[in-house]
Design a protein around this ligand. Structure first.
Ligand code: SAM
Length: 147
């Protein structure tokens, strides 16, 4: 019901979330953050056509300050059911904001398939670290679920 999306771009995934959550009459159930308002505006006509604009609270900003601001209010801890994100930089904060039985979806984490390869086939320290992070993240039993 209550979701957060970091990195909206031209609203492809945001539209799907907005169509999927129930329309319970409450506005702004999706907190959508992007540093670039222009790409969001490109997708806005589609959001309007789908009739889901009222569900979205778009914030033009870098994501970290918004997440920190949310966490200043203890009532926001564990308040999100779902998060959609494509960078590991927000992980620690999202673990506080998303409820215990919530779901965090990481987009773009297959990292050129490196996560499925033996480490010796992965070239570059940065990619090795990314690979290791994804493996640890997805094999941990921590809640919320990481998809
Ligand atoms: C790969 S796109 C997101 C794709 C989108 N989720 C979709 O399904 O189409 C990444 C987006 O992250 C945004 N972005 C990059 N750095 C950011 C930051 N520090 N805070 C918020 N948004 C950021 C970019 O402006 C870009 O729109």
């Amino acid at each position: 019901k209550k979701t957060i999306e970091i990195g909206v771009f031209t609203v492809y995934s945001l539209l799907l979330t907005a169509l999927s959550i129930p329309d319970d009459g409450k506005v702004g159930r999706i907190t959508a953050i992007d540093i670039d308002q222009h790409t969001h505006e490109m997708g806005l006509p589609v959001i309007e056509k789908a009739g889901v604009e009222h569900k979205i609270n778009f914030i033009e900003s870098k994501a970290l300050p918004v997440l920190d601001k949310l966490l200043e209010d203890p009532e926001n801890e564990g308040c999100f059911d779902f998060a959609y994100v494509n960078s590991k930089n927000y992980h620690e904060r999202l673990m506080k904001l998303v409820k215990i039985d919530g779901v965090v979806v990481y987009d773009n984490v297959l990292r050129r398939g490196f996560v499925a390869m033996p480490e010796e086939l992965v070239s570059g320290e940065e990619w090795k670290q990314e690979r290791q992070w994804v493996i640890e993240l997805t094999s941990s039993s921590n809640r919320p679920q990481i998809l």
